[in-house]
Design a protein around this ligand. Sequence first.
Ligand code: HDC
Length: 279
Amino acid sequence: KAPGTEFQYDEKDVILYNLGIGAKRTDLPFVFENNENFQVYPTFGVIPPFNVVLPYNLDDIVPNFSPMMLLHGEQFLEIRKYPIPTEAKLITYPKLVEVMDKGAAGVVVQSTTTVDANTGEEIFYNESTIFIRGSGKFGGNPKGGNRGAATAIHKPPQRAPDAVVEEATTEEQAAIYRLSGDRNPLHIDPEFSKVGGFKVPILHGLCFFGISGKHVLQTYGQFKNIKVRFAGTVLPGQTLQTEMWKVGNTVVFQTKVKETGKLCISGAGAELLGGGSKL
Ligand code: HDC
């Protein structure tokens, strides 16, 4: 097993994360540490693993690796213990899950298990898929495995969405979100993003994942897991529309960029906690 990486956080990190995914000053449980319901949005579970030290280099796994060509492809998060602490010391263990050869791109899936440093209890499990343009054609398998909820692609029903939540991101969304851990220059430095093909630095996938997850939470309550595919890019300042369908105990959802009508999250789903009652 690869060694773990420590992540310690407190109420300031919680508030910064909540603001990074669009909490408003009036959302007191999310922005005011003295509120009796002070809490972190559950998608915070993607943050503790972010600085994990990987036991391998992407360079050694796919050919022509370039950080400028890397995009976040998919994310699965499972919250293994509620309530999520608002301060804790956690340890994250990484694992390489699989590598796919899509021809025009190399796709790498890594998982992380995050445990409480004091009790060893599992708090979060993540699988992250990264899509590296220009890093395919190495003779690898194009198809990945089936790992249940982690690899599920949720198909929205034919009917109109049961609920839609619209939210404008701000021009500074990526500038704030990056302070929670993902300092990838793709999201702040136009010189860097230009080489990757984007004139304006794009929003973090996990930022609009967090915003959509917040919409699911506001509409249907807490979820035990959430899976998304990043289908298109988002620019800071664009408006997101999360379309949701309740299918059994799962909220199937997709997110559109209002200005373009294009999907930025597709085939997504969140399995509700305890029958889907609102907390
Ligand atoms: O879908 C395209 C796209 O642009 N998506 C948006 C990407 C994006 O904006 N991501 C977020 C921002 S980047 C980011 O946040 C980086 C971050 O700082 C660092 C990440 C760190 C993660 C680790 C955390 C711990 C694109 C370009 C991804 C794919 O489009 P196309 O090239 O047109 O692909 P297409 O021809 O449709 O399909 C080719 C094969 O690839 C599969 N595929 C498509 N989209 C995928 C994907 N696989 C995974 N994720 C995706 N998003 C297709 O299924 C197809 O394979 P197959 O033929 O086998 O079905």
